[in-house]
Design a protein around this ligand. Structure first.
Ligand SMILES: Nc1ncnc2c1ncn2[C@@H]1O[C@H](COP(=O)(O)OP(=O)(O)OP(=O)(O)O)[C@@H](O)[C@H]1O
Length: 251
């Protein structure tokens, strides 16, 4: 059996005496669209920080393709194909959307430091950037400065920048926050169609989006995994219904 793309074994994180992540065994199969849901304070963001390498666990391990990466920092995990979205930095904010994405594509190709020629002279880089932008349905903003765009569009550009690095595993921490409903549906439709070479782990509050997008769902409660199953089975699971009763009626 092939190793999961991303896996945790007995992962724990304590802040003082408070246990935010409690013995989590997570297995994310290669190519899957896996969502982690849970009520406020369940430990979702802490889990993302443990997976990306921002936090060190109190105990337990993190594995990429079966390799223990627990002691590796964020950059080393990115080099192994694990990427999360980051806020747009100042450099990107002053460039147009097309230039920003082209820059990220060029960096992946190792051209980043040789940018003494105008970006536009790198035909293949520009083509790939334009395709990504088209795929995320933000082509109308291609020539706008990133900083001039609405908040929702900026979040989509963050995803475009992450995708430009061709991650094998993409961590998305509430990517739809602040994006109007129609646009976030489109975004998720695009992500769902994205190459199966990219495994996607989504942390999300919006249950409608989760159930449209994911093929597996893990439910985190009080730092521990409660259930992991298909979206349909999670939605009808009595324990999940109990946890969400009154907070997310559509589960
Ligand atoms: N650095 C920290 N120090 C102390 N406690 C923390 C720290 N980070 C998170 N916590 C606590 O850990 C718990 C889990 O927080 P976390 O942000 O991971 O939850 P979440 O599921 O992402 O919540 P939300 O859906 O509200 O964003 C919370 O009770 C939070 O107060």
């Amino acid at each position: 059996m092939t190793a999961p793309a991303l896996e945790t074994r007995g992962l724990c994180k304590a802040f003082g005496s408070f246990v935010a992540t409690n013995a989590v065994d997570l297995r994310i199969a290669a190519g899957s669209r896996h969502a982690v849901i849970g009520p406020n304070g369940a430990g979702k963001t802490t889990l993302v920080n443990l997976l990306s390498g921002l936090f060190r666990p109190t105990s337990g391990t993190v594995h990429i393709d079966g390799q223990d990466v627990t002691r590796l920092g964020q950059h080393e995990r990115v080099r192994r194909g694990l990427t999360r979205t980051f806020q747009i930095n100042r450099l990107f904010a002053d460039m147009t959307v097309l230039e920003s994405v082209a820059m990220a594509v060029a960096e992946r190709q190792g051209l980043g430091r040789r940018f003494w020629k105008p970006l536009a002279s790198y035909g293949a880089v520009m083509d790939e950037a334009a395709q990504l932008i088209e795929g995320l349905r933000i082509a109308d903003a291609a020539h706008s400065r990133t900083r001039d765009l609405a908040y929702g569009k900026q979040r989509i550009i963050e995803i475009a920048l992450a995708l430009a690095s061709r991650p094998r595993i993409l961590l998305l921490d509430e990517p739809a926050a602040g994006i109007p409903t129609r646009e976030s549906r489109e975004l998720f439709a695009t992500l769902a169609d994205f190459s199966a070479d990219t495994t996607i782990l989504l942390i999300e509050h919006d249950m409608d989006l989760v159930f449209r997008f994911a093929d597996r769902v893990s439910v985190l409660v009080g730092g521990a995994l409660l259930v992991e199953d298909t979206p349909a089975r999670v939605a009808s699971h009595p324990l999940v219904k109990e946890v969400y009763l009154g907070t997310a009626q559509h589960v």
